[in-house]
Write a protein that binds this ligand. Structure first.
Ligand SMILES: NC(=O)c1ccc[n+]([C@@H]2O[C@H](COP(=O)([O-])OP(=O)(O)OC[C@H]3O[C@@H](n4cnc5c(N)ncnc54)[C@H](O)[C@@H]3O)[C@@H](O)[C@H]2O)c1
Length: 320
């Protein structure tokens, strides 16, 4: 099968590229700024096209020229950059997704998987976010993703494009560099594992639903492989670590594995202001579990931490 992975040298996309290479698929990566370090081991096994999702012709060409049969559309600006540059985010995330859906429609490119976000929920959500909870996003990133989820559903019903969307919680793993509201979850593990002190920028009781990056890739792969007639809800919440842990919960697990860890708390008022509006403690993914059998392989902090350490030890260059 020929698989296009937009954003395929990113944090999650590189894992999926590796999965498809292992299966013997033709893998085409389309990325505006390819990070070759992340795919060093498979760089000779994939085609890499440097291109911008915002340009329809570039997206059309890559889909047509490579006879693409599945699109994993991971290319996106993330939350902090989207809010810093909302107009660029509109081009990359919203116009980019329109371009991917159009290319899928015109060139009959098979299943399209779209990772959306817990940030599509916002005001008035309460403590539990269900699949049917009304989405009132407050960020540029969340607004764009909510629109694209619904646009994908429209392309599915109107044009028969086999679109499926998953809403991921905050995704954690090694090597992330950008400080944003939930990055403390990963750095609380990564800094001590690297022997560095960590100054946590949220309060000890702060909670954000999270998922290990390998489970994010697993979820993309699982929904992509599900027969179309099982896909009823179309856009699904997908959970990872359950129940949602506080910063202090993570610290306690880290200290069991790294007894001399140096972790202090200096909450950043700007980030804590965000947590006044973010109320979700439970990210209910029962429809994903029921309709396509979702089940995380890394459901708790201990399991995540052990794999996190193995990744840092075995692949220091990927996460440098
Ligand atoms: N990381 C998270 O916490 C998280 C949470 C929810 C959803 N998601 C979604 O999962 C997907 C993958 O995220 P990630 O964590 O791997 O992010 P990432 O930033 O590591 O990877 C995204 C990739 O997209 C590429 N890209 C950005 N703009 C582009 C453009 N205009 N044209 C082509 N390529 C472009 C980047 O160069 C990058 O390689 C994204 O759609 C993201 O919104 C991520």
């Amino acid at each position: 099968m020929n698989v296009l992975i937009t954003g395929g040298t990113g944090f999650i996309g590189a894992l999926l590229a590796r999965t498809h290479v292992r299966r013997g698929d033709g893998v085409v990566i389309f990325d505006v700024s390819p990070n070759m370090n992340r795919i060093d081991d498979i760089r000779n096994d994939v085609s890499i096209i440097q291109g911008n999702l915002a340009f329809a012709s570039e997206v059309n060409n890559v889909v047509r020229d490579n006879r693409i049969e599945r699109i994993l559309h991971l290319g996106s600006m993330l939350s902090a950059p989207s809010d810093a540059k909302p107009w660029a985010s509109f081009q990359a995330n919203v116009i980019g997704t329109v371009n991917v859906l159009e290319a899928a429609r015109m060139f009959d490119a098979g299943t399209v998987v779209f990772p959306s976000t817990i940030a599509t929920f916002g005001l008035d959500t309460g403590k539990v976010a269900y699949d049917a909870t009304v989405q009132h996003p407050t960020t540029m990133y969340g607004c764009g993703k909510a629109y694209c989820e619904n646009l994908g559903r429209f392309y599915r019903t109107r044009f028969g494009v086999d679109f499926r969307g998953i809403r991921l919680p905050s995704v954690i793993g090694p090597g992330a560099k950008v400080r944003h509201v939930s990055q403390y979850n990963a750095w609380m593990m990564e800094y001590p594992l690297r022997g560095m002190p960590f100054e946590c920028f949220v309060t000890e009781d702060t909670r954000m639903p999270t998922m290990y990056f390998k489970d994010a890739a697993n979820a993309v792969d699982a929904i992509a492989s599900t027969p179309s007639d099982h896909i009823k809800t179309v856009n699904y919440n997908v959970g990872g670590i359950t129940p949602t842990t506080s910063a202090r919960d993570i610290e306690q697990v880290v200290r069991r594995h790294v007894p001399d860890a140096v972790i202090t708390y200096v909450p950043d008022p700007a980030i804590m202001a965000y947590y006044k509006t973010f109320t979700i403690e439970t990210f209910d993914d029962s429809r994903a579990r029921k309709e396509w059998g979702w089940c995380p392989a890394y459901p708790d902090i201990d399991t995540v931490l052990l794999d996190f350490k193995a990744e840092l030890d075995e692949h220091p260059d990927w996460y440098a």
